[in-house]
Ligand binder design. Structure first.
Ligand SMILES: O=c1ccn([C@@H]2O[C@H](COP(=O)(O)O)[C@@H](O)[C@H]2O)c(=O)[nH]1
Length: 590
């Protein structure tokens, strides 16, 4: 176990929780719940006080969509806002998932923002008031505060990347534009001891670079800590010797730890000095044993009264939502990126060959040949062998998109669409770059993605995949194939083996590496095709999230279509489709 290294100012960071406040029920290494995290932070705050240093608790958005605890209620989030709100959070901001739907934008405005009145920041996000139509900041643009124990002056921001699929009761101000606004120009001249830039921004996206440059140009020596997210990865990026960013994974698998030392207090009368600053980071696997270890508390004394109460709230909510209701039993594991696509172990092959052809069918057009396109980003999680529950349907695909189509498209035209969506190129660029259809890890990837170091001691338990002739390649290299297993060596579980700008010692637990296979932007199911020859025309069906790409792609493929040619095909979600397929095909007991 690698220890947490404390500094003068320390951060605990969550991001992209996506409703997983109940922890991972099928993966013990990520099984701590939000109540356990509350107990942990209580112990850690006490520890910080004992050491005479400071601790800040941060969340950088995408708290919603992706787990039955949020998506399984009506209205969505009936239980999760209250559960999340039990944590004392020092700085939080908004993610893109809070903004896809007008009702979740409003809930954020009416529940989370007032609940975290002092700590919620919306540096580049506005809300449109329904009563007046007025455009107002979703929350304060930045905050200034003095840390509790060491009395450092901090200026903190909360940004969102330049997201453009937000509901129309919200306005995302592009980061470049926000940089020119008066409030920001005065905030960067506040001369704090430390800037904290929180943001729902991938560390390898351009937005943090822009913010870094603007702050640094005005503050040559002031340390800047960035806490980001969105890409669903563990990562750290060094902008310069005094500016480092951390991203803390996804789905409450990870609690990020960042500490900073060497922060100098500024004196109003003297210019800031060029002192050495050090940053340390750790990615904590979110399980109770690890949390007890880092908090230095034994099992008996770990759960605090508040933490225990929040765990109880979660259990009761899951029960009320009947999330453990079994729909069927999966006969095997199906992976998003741990298995090649196409292959028998790929969740995408399963969808393409079995689920979609069977279930995405309009009863009046069932005999028409059809191609059905689904973006790979619509799938959010793996399926594990065993019980498949109501909760599983939301873990795998929580989105409310339904299916639309263009009828009777010449096959010669329709068959080119998938290739365009998967290759992009000059025809589909900018906001229409089809990489945005893919999984978050691939949109602005870390240069280290899939190149995690094979830990010599950990290599023997890694999953094994046969090397077929498909176009997918494992991104973790097999440099350790000759490693021998010794009985006296500790058993190490599969997990993150992160490499980032600060090295390869970030994970708190040493794991056996998991292979990562890249996936295409979209997959395509084919159904009702004639046996003898190619069809003349097909229905081009697609999940509606892909719609902005369909007409341009059809045009580039030689089809003269406009938006008017698109109509509703089937008013069901991918969640519904998967649930109904599982109920009829996975009836065996487990
Ligand atoms: O309705 C939706 C919303 C999103 N997606 C996919 O998700 C990613 C974004 O995921 P983050 O968690 O925000 O990183 C987006 O690129 C889409 O691929 C979707 O399919 N449907």
């Amino acid at each position: 176990m690698r220890e947490l290294e404390w500094g003068q100012i320390n951060f605990l960071h969550t991001t992209d929780i996506h409703g997983w406040l109940g922890g991972h029920l099928q993966e013990p290494q990520y099984s701590a719940d939000w109540g356990d995290y509350i107990s942990f932070t209580e112990h850690m705050r006490r520890k910080a006080d004992e050491k005479g240093v400071d601790l800040l608790v941060i969340d950088t958005g995408d708290r919603v969509e992706g787990n039955g605890l949020y998506d399984g209620s009506d209205p969505k989030g009936r239980f999760t806002y209250d559960i999340f709100g039990q944590q004392s959070v020092d700085i939080l901001c908004t993610g893109n998932h809070e903004l896809y739907h007008a009702d979740s934008v409003a809930r954020e405005h009416n529940i989370t923002v007032p609940h975290f009145k002092e700590s919620y920041i919306a540096s580049n996000l506005d809300y449109i008031e329904p009563e007046t139509g007025n455009q107002i900041p979703q929350a304060q643009r930045y905050i200034k505060f003095k840390t509790k124990n060491l009395g450092y002056n901090v200026v903190a921001f909360g940004f969102l990347f330049d997201f453009d699929r937000n509901a129309n009761n919200s306005v995302v101000i592009p980061v470049e534009e926000a940089m020119k606004q008066k409030w920001l120009q005065s905030a960067i001249r506040e001369k704090p001891d430390l800037f904290v830039v929180t943001g729902h921004v991938g560390l390898r996206m351009s937005e943090f670079e822009k913010i870094f440059k603007v702050i640094r140009d005005e503050n040559w020596y002031t340390p800047i800590v960035f806490l980001g997210g969105h890409a669903h990865v563990r990562d750290a990026r060094k902008f310069d010797e005094k500016a480092v960013a951390i991203a803390s994974g996804r789905y409450f698998e990870t609690i990020g730890w960042m500490s900073i030392d060497g922060v100098k207090k500024k004196n109003k009368d003297t210019a800031s000095v060029n002192a050495e600053v050090t940053f340390k980071r750790r990615y904590i696997d979110n399980n109770v044993l690890g949390l007890q270890h880092h908090a230095g508390v034994d099992e008996e004394n770990f759960a605090t009264a508040h933490g225990r109460n929040v765990s109880k709230m979660i259990t009761e909510a899951r029960k009320a939502l009947k999330l453990d209701n079994r729909l069927g039993c999966s006969p095997k594991d199906l992976w998003m990126t741990r298995a090649k696509y196409p292959s028998d172990s790929s969740i995408y092959s399963w969808l393409e060959n079995e689920v979609v052809p069977d279930t995405v069918v309009h009863k009046d057009r069932a005999d028409k040949p059809r191609l059905t396109i689904v973006n790979t980003g619509a799938i959010r999680f793996d399926i594990f062998k065993g019980a498949f529950t109501t909760d599983s349907t939301y873990l795998i695909s929580p989105f409310t998109s339904t299916f639309n189509y263009v009828p009777d498209v010449p096959y010669d035209v329709a068959k080119k669409v998938l290739r365009l969506l998967n290759s992009g190129g000059p025809v589909l660029e900018g906001a229409l770059n089809p990489k945005h259809l893919s999984i978050p890890e691939q949109v602005a990837p870390s240069p280290f993605l899939g190149r995690e170091p094979p830990h010599a001691a950990a290599a023997y338990l890694r999953p094994h995949f046969s090397d077929g002739e498909g176009q997918q390649h494992p991104l973790v290299e097999d440099s350790d194939d000759n490693y021998e297993v010794h009985d006296d060596e500790p058993q190490i579980v599969n997990g993150y083996t992160t490499k980032d700008d600060l090295g390869d010692d970030g994970d708190d637990a040493v794991h056996s590496p998991i292979k990562f296979y890249s996936v295409p932007n979209c997959i395509q199911a084919q159904a009702a095709f004639p046996e003898a020859a190619e069809p003349e025309t097909v229905d081009l069906v697609f999940i509606d999230y892909v719609q902005p790409w369909i007409i341009p792609a059809l045009k580039f493929s030689g089809g003269d279509y406009e938006s008017d040619n698109i109509t509703a095909y089937l008013n069901v979600t991918l969640t519904d489709v998967i649930a109904s397929w599982v109920k009829t095909h996975w009836k065996e007991d487990c």
